[in-house]
Design a protein around this ligand. Structure first.
Ligand SMILES: NC(=O)c1ccc[n+]([C@@H]2O[C@H](COP(=O)([O-])OP(=O)(O)OC[C@H]3O[C@@H](n4cnc5c(N)ncnc54)[C@H](O)[C@@H]3O)[C@@H](O)[C@H]2O)c1
Ligand SMILES: [Zn+2]
Length: 364
């Protein structure tokens, strides 16, 4: 006998921008009101000192338990997931009506989302991302995961947060470097998918501050545009059926460099974009003159334009080989061919890669 079953599943999730994420009358109100039983709230250690009192005030009418966890890539591991799972057991999370609330950076959101995806084979969760990177990028996606066995995001699941509340006010406590890490993903998106977004980055004032990102309407417009473009890119193919994805721009050479050198994800993504642009220039798909112009926009975003990992051709090639496995055996290497436009390369050679590294040394 042979029986085949095929069913589609409808997924619905919302991303809301609000300056009132921690206000009792804000967008989390219905989550708190509807929560049956005890609410588990997982909070990034970095934001607890400044926001703990407001979080406690927000939760004052709701039975809850708070677990604080450290952010940072080195804490994105199975141990942290198991701590969340233990806390979920303690509060006796229900299958549908007591969503876990995650308040923190991309690492915390990814690992709480992963815990929610595997707990009872999937329970709901809600996110309040608190870094620029998490607000403009993680928020748009349905991906969760942790690093494992020497690889980034080796374990994970597609599991949408029912609600994501983006409050730019959190960004005031980030450092310039952390803001620039988030701008790395915005820069990627602008260069490959949106000339308008790229133009806004090029026009950033040279002395922007985290406070500006937290409070200025022009900064909010920039971040909202980035989020919109990102949602537009991802929502057509949430489960990544098509493995040739232009949003993978910047994610072809960066993964192992991040893990081996400790370079932050957003900075590695931006450097990968610059290298990919140099590869495109080597093929005549992009003018060589565009490279210093692209690097100038990176400097405006306080992004690095050089790093030893991106001069190490062996490591770059090893990463591309591993990423090719992730793309089911094809390179599908996205490269920019003009502002907001792209092509995929399938046959990059090691010699071309070495030439691209050398070209950057000369022109940037
Ligand atoms: N799920 C997705 O689709 C997706 C997309 C892009 C990136 N990511 C993941 O996101 C992670 C990077 O996210 P990140 O840059 O937010 O890193 P992170 O979560 O490690 O945050 C960076 C640091 O800032 C701290 N922090 C958090 N909020 C803060 C605030 N408001 N003020 C001051 N400090 C604060 C954190 O504790 C941490 O030390 C990577 O692991 C990456 O894989 C996931
Ligand atoms: Zn990324």
């Amino acid at each position: 006998m042979s029986i085949t079953v095929s069913r589609d599943r409808n997924h619905r999730y919302s991303v809301v921008t609000s300056g009132e994420a921690l206000s009792p009358a804000g967008p989390l109100r219905t989550v708190l009101e509807d929560c049956a039983g005890e609410l588990l709230v997982v909070v990034d250690e970095a934001i607890w000192p400044g926001r703990g009192a407001r979080i406690q005030a927000l939760l004052s009418g709701t039975p809850h338990r708070i677990l604080t966890l450290a952010g940072g890539e080195r804490n994105k591991n199975l141990d942290a997931v198991l701590r969340v799972v233990a806390a979920m057991d303690e509060v006796r999370v229900l299958r549908r009506s007591s969503p876990v609330l995650a308040i923190g950076g991309g690492v915390l959101c990814d690992l709480v989302g992963f815990a929610a995806s595997i707990y009872r084979r999937g329970v709901p969760y809600v996110r309040v991302p608190t870094t620029l990177l998490a607000q403009v990028d993680v928020s748009a996606a349905i991906k969760t995961g942790i690093d494992h066995n020497g690889f980034r995001n080796r374990l994970g699941a597609f599991w949408p947060a029912a609600l994501t509340v983006v409050d730019h006010g959190f960004l005031a406590t980030q450092s310039v470097e952390q803001i620039s890490q988030g701008l790395g993903e915005v820069f990627k998106l602008g260069l490959i998918a949106s000339e308008e977004l790229f133009g806004r980055l090029a026009r950033l004032s040279g002395d922007w501050t985290p406070e500006w990102f937290a409070t200025d309407p022009a900064a909010a417009e920039l971040m909202n545009l980035a989020l919109e473009v990102m949602v537009g890119e991802l929502s057509e193919d949430l489960w990544e059926q098509d493995l040739a994805r232009r949003v993978d721009f910047g994610h072809s050479f960066s993964p192992l460099i991040e893990l081996r050198t400790g370079l932050h994800h957003g900075h590695a993504v931006a450097l990968d974009c610059l290298l990919s642009a140099s590869i495109a220039a080597g093929r005549g798909l992009l003018a060589v003159d565009a490279l210093p112009e692209i690097a100038a926009v990176m400097r405006r975003c306080a992004l690095p334009v050089r790093h030893p990992g991106f001069a190490d051709v062996d490591l770059l090639w090893e990463t591309l080989t591993e990423v090719t496995r992730h793309r089911d055996g094809a390179q599908h290497l996205p490269v920019p061919i003009d502002l907001g436009k792209h092509a995929f390369l399938e046959d990059l050679t090691r010699a071309e890669l070495a030439a691209a590294v050398a070209r950057l040394r000369q022109v940037v």
